[in-house]
Write a protein that binds this ligand. Structure first.
Ligand SMILES: *Cc1c(COP(=O)(O)O)cnc(C)c1O
Length: 405
């Protein structure tokens, strides 16, 4: 497909929106599967999936049907009442995971916020109210609320927002000795993403997750996982921690579970969740009937026998093609990493250069820390779209090679 040069600019200038985002000057008006169509009619292959949100691609017929059917019945009633669909979706999430209890939120940050509150409240209930601190890892990303930017600990997100919320002790990525040294009488638990997404697609090896689990058990700490990005099939497992054969005490999810509808959840074991009695936490919109209908429809598909095997096969084929591209363009690509369809290309040139070049070729990708380009195609991606994505990426790399060479 012949593409024009994209226009990239400060497209929020002259609008009434907060200037918080560096937006690309493009408006998408419809989508189908892995494809998006812009207002000017140009088509893009979506290897960003709204940052791991559109797990089933765009306009999946089963999700559209579930949402429209619910929209005709009931939109909102409040958590003053039993909400249609909440208990059913919670049952299904618990049947599929370690968890016994679920609290529904509208976003990832709220799910992590709930996890942080729960970790503190658990120890408070257990007679150790001083245990309020969580150990976190450098490069972490947990959201943009005041608590979650403190948990993430990244200076660029904390700057200008006052004293960070107390209660987080950050150690270098994967440094187990530093974790042990950081554990003290005030420690409540350890919080991490099994694969750091924003931080540059950095994978915690299974052995390390097992060691952290054992450490938590030995020291009476809670293992809190942020699977907002890695969850719901993204890594080829329903949840990324499953590959290590461990389970957390608390887990935050969002992104993929809503398939594009705002939905998050905090999952926990009975023992831990019991600390959140009536009145301890709440959300006006959390667990809204529309979100419940869509979340349950996403699970209909993701829990189908063979779905996760399909994700693994797609990931293998894509990784194979990417490895070949890394060999073909060693000056540009340093490394291919990640798990399942959460893939990072570590570059030797600025990551944004490749994202711009890919956009010019009609391929959407997402930047991450550590100079990485994230590839997050929808989990339903088929062979032809994988090949199309690889072809566009090759063209994008060739374009960059010519430009920089
Ligand atoms: C996206 C993300 C969040 C924040 O989710 P929001 O819905 O933007 O609040 C938290 N943790 C991780 C790992 C994420 O990828």
């Amino acid at each position: 497909m012949a593409m024009q040069e994209p226009s990239i600019g400060a497209s929020t200038a002259g609008t009434h929106l907060f200037p918080t985002y560096r937006r690309r000057d493009v408006v998408f008006v419809r989508g189908e599967g892995a494809w998006l169509e812009a207002a000017d009619g140009r088509r893009y292959l979506d290897f960003g999936s709204g940052v791991a949100v559109n797990a089933l691609g765009h306009a999946h017929p089963h999700l559209v049907a579930a949402l429209t059917a619910q929209a005709e019945k009931l939109w909102h009633v409040s958590n003053l009442y039993r909400v249609d669909g909440q208990e059913r979706l919670a049952d299904r999430l618990c049947a599929a995971t370690f968890a016994d209890r679920v609290f529904f939120t509208n976003s990832g940050a709220e799910a992590v916020e709930c996890a942080i509150k729960l970790a503190r409240r658990y120890h408070w209930t257990a007679g150790a109210p001083e245990r309020t601190r969580l150990i976190t890892f450098e490069g972490a990303f947990h959201g943009r609320t005041l608590a979650t930017i403190a948990a993430g600990g990244q200076a660029k997100y904390l700057e200008g927002f006052g004293t960070p919320l107390e209660g987080f002790d950050q150690v270098p990525f994967g440094d187990l000795e530093a974790v042990e040294a950081a554990i003290g009488p005030l420690t409540a638990g350890i919080l991490l993403e099994p694969v750091q997404g924003e931080g540059g697609v950095r994978v915690f090896p299974g052995e390390m997750l097992r060691t952290l689990r054992a450490l938590c058990d030995a020291r009476g700490l809670l293992l809190v996982l942020d699977e907002v990005q890695t969850g719901v099939g993204r890594t080829g497992h329903l949840f990324a921690h499953e590959r290590a054969g461990i389970s957390p005490d608390i887990m935050a999810i969002a992104k993929g579970i809503g398939g594009g509808f705002p939905l998050g959840a905090c999952l926990a074991t009975e023992r831990v969740a019991a600390a959140m009695g009536p009145g301890t936490h709440g959300s006006t919109f959390g667990g809204n009937p529309l979100a419940m209908a869509v979340g349950s429809a996403v699970l209909d598909i993701v829990l189908e026998p063979g779905f996760l095997t399909g994700v693994q096969l797609a990931a293998n084929r894509l990784r194979q093609g990417l490895a070949a591209l890394a060999d073909q363009f060693p000056r540009l690509v340093a490394e291919v990493r990640g798990e399942g369809l959460l893939i990072g290309l570590k570059l030797n040139v600025p990551n944004t250069d490749l994202i711009d070049s890919a956009f010019a070729e009609g391929l959407l990708a997402v930047a991450a820390g550590d100079n990485v380009v994230r590839l997050l195609p929808p989990l339903i991606i088929g062979e032809p779209d994988i090949e199309a994505g690889l072809a566009r990426l090759e063209a994008a790399l060739a374009r960059l090679d010519r430009k920089d060479g």
